[in-house]
Design a protein around this ligand. Sequence first.
Ligand SMILES: Cc1cc2nc3c(=O)[nH]c(=O)nc-3n(C[C@H](O)[C@H](O)[C@H](O)COP(=O)(O)OP(=O)(O)OC[C@H]3O[C@@H](n4cnc5c(N)ncnc54)[C@H](O)[C@@H]3O)c2cc1C
Length: 371
Amino acid sequence: MLSSRHYDIVIIGGGLAGLTCALNLSKGGKRIALLEKYPYPRHKVCGEYVSNEILPYLRSLGTDPFAIGAVPIDQFRMTSPGSQAIQTRLPLGGFGISRFRLDNYLYELLQSRIDFFFGTINSIEKEDTRYLIRSSGGLIWETELLIGAYGKRSNLDKELKRNFIGQHSPWLGVKGHYLFDHPSNRVDLHHFKGGYCGISKVEEGIVNACYLVNYSVFKAFGSTDHFQNEIMGQNEELKRFLDEAKPVFDKPMTIAQISFQAKEPVVKGIPMIGDSAGLIHPLCGNGMAMAIHSSKILADLVHEGLAGTDLHRAYGVSWKRAFGNRLRAGRYLQRLLLNPQTNQLAIKLARKIPGLVPAVVRKTHGEVIVA
Ligand SMILES: Cc1cc2nc3c(=O)[nH]c(=O)nc-3n(C[C@H](O)[C@H](O)[C@H](O)COP(=O)(O)OP(=O)(O)OC[C@H]3O[C@@H](n4cnc5c(N)ncnc54)[C@H](O)[C@@H]3O)c2cc1C
């Protein structure tokens, strides 16, 4: 006898991957539960620049980021201490919207279509073809199709004994919202020793600044203020931002142990979407588009009627085809731009060859995705 918490599909994690997957799958008339740790709305450490590659697809799901205040972005500016800036038009462009607003918008659209439960999931067991999923509060769900959308690092990675989770990752992410005079159609990438900072506008004239830094450089400073003044301030454009921008948050948000290790898109029969399957380096600015795209790939295969090992095989192949090359390109790009010598060389080259930056952006982005 099935328990009252049996669902056709259970999704763990309600970020962009989980929410858009639920939106797509809810069209199939299946009973869906989405299990998310924290209630909406809430802020997340993220650059909040979304590539346009998923805009037509988002619209096909009945959503419109511009209806909730997204700002269009088509210009890109890159700076480094001691180099002249590069500015160029982005081949595809994108838009700026806070995760606070975007995730909550998708949640509100879904509320009448699927069941949400808030709390931490801490155990997953498989019995024949069925998964038993338990929350820390003792609730249990059962399903034949469990989808992992729980982000880049979670207690569940330990539970599932994934390889990357035992390895130390030196990356620290810091994000805040500010009042600052920044062009609304431009995303900036400012480099500094050990990391880079993305600056762009989100809704209502707010500026989002989010940086990624290697802990080996950060640790000597002990606090974000000290680090920002001493290291980030060596970049003149960042210095102006740090001197003039007025923080909206009481203090910046931080996350540690951000891992860019290769992961598997299917683990113990659980298809992984979004960052649970793999995280691209944030300087590529398309982790969110990849999260949404991977959720579409999986939802389409489920609509086709694939299940069990057929679904796992087809999803694994499609995921690698869609994202394998760009994850690799992202890793090379990060290595190139984080080394001060190759960074300066890259900026010099990009100033001489105007088509270079758009060509590199294309390598780390996909084609526009339609329904
Ligand atoms: C510093 C930084 C800057 C970035 N900047 C950009 C950018 O400008 N543009 C871009 O496109 N991408 C950017 N990214 C990447 C982007 O943020 C991610 O790719 C995107 O958030 C992935 O969405 P997701 O749904 O997979 O994961 P998330 O949005 O992380 O969602 C996962 C959800 O799972 C929940 N969860 C986790 N564990 C459990 C559990 N045990 N039980 C229940 N729920 C659980 C979490 O609470 C969370 O809500 C950046 C990333 C970083 C680190």
